[in-house]
Design a protein around this ligand. Structure first.
Ligand SMILES: C[S@@+](CC[C@H](N)C(=O)[O-])C[C@H]1O[C@@H](n2cnc3c(N)ncnc32)[C@H](O)[C@@H]1O
Length: 212
C-alpha cells in the first residue's frame, strides 16, 4: 500500500537542521498539519495548512478527515521518536500507513552544543507537566539526565528534589536551540528554583566530572 501519511521530524527549529528528505516529504503533501510554529517553517509549501492546538487526541482525530483523499504530512518538532504525537498517530492509523521521517532532536542538539555523547543519558519528558519520576534516583543511576522542559514548574521540581542531596549535579539549560535567541546557561541546581525557563528548553542535569 502506498503510504500517504508522513510523520515528519522537523528538527529543533532552524531550517539548517531540517533534512532534505523531510522537506521533500512536506513538499509532496497536499495537507500539512502541525502547531503554528512548525507550519510557519514552510511558508513556500503549497499545501492546505491545518494548525493543531493543545488538544492532542483531537489533533490526531483531525487527520482522519484528510487521510483518504490527500497526502498528509504531520509535522513534529525534533525527531518523531521522542515524546511526540507520532505514537498516537501510529496507534490510530497503523504502522503500515505511516512513514516516519526522522529529524534532529533537541536533545541531540543540546548534547552536541555541550560537546558530549548521550547514549548513556536518561531522557525525561516534563514538556506538559512535571513527571512522577524521582530525578534524584534517576541521577544516582545515570549521572546524566536530559529533561524536555516546557512547564514553568520543571525548574522548581528539580531544585526542590535535590535540596537534601549532598553531591549536587551541575545543570545546563539549553533554550531555543538553533534559533536566533538560542541561550545556553550553566547553573547550580538551586538556581533553577527561580530561573525563568523558555518553553523550548532542554535541561541537562549532569555529574560535574563529566563536564571537566
Ligand atoms: C513535545 S516535545 C518534542 C520533542 C521532540 N520530538 C524532539 O525530539 O526534540 C517538546 C519539547 O522539546 C524540546 N524542544 C523542542 N525544540 C527545542 C529547541 N529548539 N530548543 C530546546 N528545546 C526544544 C522542549 O523541551 C519542548 O518542551
Amino acid at each position: 500500500m502506498e503510504k500517504k501519511l508522513f510523520i515528519v521530524g522537523c528538527g529543533p527549529g532552524s531550517p539548517d537542521y531540517l533534512t532534505p528528505v523531510a522537506l521533500k516529504a512536506i513538499q509532496s503533501a497536499s495537507v500539512i498539519l502541525g502547531v503554528k510554529k512548525l507550519l510557519d517553517m514552510f511558508p513556500d509549501v503549497n499545501a492546505q495548512r491545518i494548525p493543531l492546538g493543545r488538544n492532542i487526541p483531537e489533533a490526531v482525530d483531525k487527520i482522519s478527515i484528510y487521510i483518504e483523499t490527500h497526502v498528509v504530512a504531520v509535522l513534529v518538532s525534533g525527531d518523531p521518536g521522542l515524546f511526540s504525537l507520532a505514537r498516537l498517530v501510529i496507534d490510530k492509523y497503523g504502522r503500515d500507513s505511516c512513514e516516519i521521517i526522522p529529524g534532529i532532536s533537541s536533545v541531540q542538539m543540546a548534547f552536541a552544543r555541550l560537546g558530549l555523547t548521550w547514549h548513556d543519558a536518561r531522557l525525561i519528558s516534563a514538556h506538559k507537566q512535571v513527571p512522577e519520576d524521582d530525578p534524584v534516583a534517576l541521577y544516582r543511576e545515570f549521572r546524566k539526565l536530559a529533561i524536555f522542559a516546557g512547564s514553568a514548574q520543571t525548574g522548581k521540581w528539580l531544585a526542590s528534589s535535590f535540596v537534601n542531596f549532598p553531591h549536587k549535579p551541575d545543570v545546563v539549560v539549553c533554550e531555543n536551540l538553533t534559533l536566533q535567541d538560542e541561550k545556553i546557561t550553566y547553573l547550580r541546581i538551586g538556581e533553577l528554583e527561580s530561573f525563568e525557563l523558555e518553553p523550548s528548553s532542554i535541561i541537562i542535569v549532569i555529574d560535574p566530572e563529566m563536564l571537566r
